[in-house]
Design a protein around this ligand. Structure first.
Ligand SMILES: NC(=O)c1ccc[n+]([C@@H]2O[C@H](COP(=O)([O-])OP(=O)(O)OC[C@H]3O[C@@H](n4cnc5c(N)ncnc54)[C@H](OP(=O)(O)O)[C@@H]3O)[C@@H](O)[C@H]2O)c1
Length: 275
């Protein structure tokens, strides 16, 4: 049987955080297209269902142990004969008052979600650049432009990841490698359910914001829409920002970013979250 256009372009893929939510949907989309996928979770038991597909290989990877995560990536890459697509997707939220929370908590989130992710991306690019082809997709967030209240560590991580994608886009221009800064709006996943509620999360002010965050996710599109957007983005073979989500977040919000001032965005955010 002839390979799908996607499998021809990216025969092998490495997806972090494949056990649920967006990473699971990305993996299922890629497998359905005939791409061989190495997908990660902290515990491989969480990948049992995906592992029923002969094109899928489970990988244990914890961003909390960056050296082991790099080894896991390199082992998987050796098995795969190199990856044509790497999706840096794994991540989590910490909902807490920026000042009340122990600074070590924010440090750990930045170490795991930003620094460890950058290391994996670097390994991927070291393989892709000499080959003159490949896609690195960094799953950032609309939070880069519309920061989520009481999730300052998360906002810093996503802003850093997007800044890194833009830096790479310039450095690797003309190399044949595509850098995709994928910025989802809200998607209906377990993200909020597994988020940690830290110091100061129980104040009435913080709880008002938490309620809005929960309500948004409850009515958000399903992750399959993000997977369809990712598929289109890869087939486009272009470096750049890809926005994904419901109409307002994927189309109207970027318009506000382009033409609205910082103050306008700030006022919208305060009202939106009842702050
Ligand atoms: N859902 C949204 O509305 C939304 C919006 C914008 C951006 N995003 C971003 O999209 C990505 C996926 O989010 P999601 O909504 O799909 O969340 P999710 O359902 O909670 O899935 C998170 C995935 O990341 C993995 N993970 C979490 N912490 C990890 C760690 N320390 N080391 C390794 N893997 C870890 C989890 O695997 P295990 O727990 O099995 O190890 C899981 O597979 C995240 O980067 C998130 O910031 C989500």
């Amino acid at each position: 049987m002839a390979a799908s256009p996607l499998a021809e372009l990216v025969p092998t893929a490495f997806v972090t955080g494949a056990s649920q939510g967006l990473g699971r949907a990305f993996s299922e989309m890629l497998l359905a297209e005939g791409v061989r996928v190495w997908g990660t979770a902290r515990s491989v038991e969480r990948l049992t269902e995906l592992a029923g597909n002969p094109l899928f290989t489970p990988v244990a990877l914890n961003l909390g142990d960056p050296a082991a995560a790099e080894r896991a990536y390199l082992d998987a890459s050796a098995q795969a004969g190199g990856f044509h697509l790497v999706v840096n997707n794994a991540g989590y939220g910490i909902f807490a008052d920026t000042l009340a929370e122990d600074p070590a908590v924010w440090d750990a989130q930045i170490d795991e979600m930003l620094k460890a992710t950058l290391r994996l991306g670097r390994l991927a690019l070291l393989e892709m650049k000499p080959r003159g082809r490949g896609h690195l997709v960094n799953i950032s967030s609309l939070a880069v432009e519309f920061p989520l209240p009481f999730m300052s560590g998360y906002n810093v991580v996503k802003a850093g990841l997007s800044a890194w994608s833009e830096s790479l886009a310039v450095e690797l221009a003309g190399s044949g490698v595509c850098i995709v800064d994928f910025r989802p709006g809200d998607y209906r996943t377990d993200f909020n359910r597994v988020a940690t509620q830290g110091a100061g999360a129980d104040t009435p002010r913080a709880q008002r914001a938490w309620k809005v965050l929960g309500r948004n996710l409850d009515v958000a599109p399903r992750p399959t829409r993000a997977a369809a957007d990712l598929r289109r983005a890869i087939l486009r073979r272009r470096t750049g920002i890809v926005r994904s989500g419901a109409f307002f977040q994927a189309c109207v919000a970027p318009f506000l970013v382009r033409f609205g001032t910082w103050r306008i965005r700030h006022e919208i955010m305060k009202r939106y979250f009842g702050l």
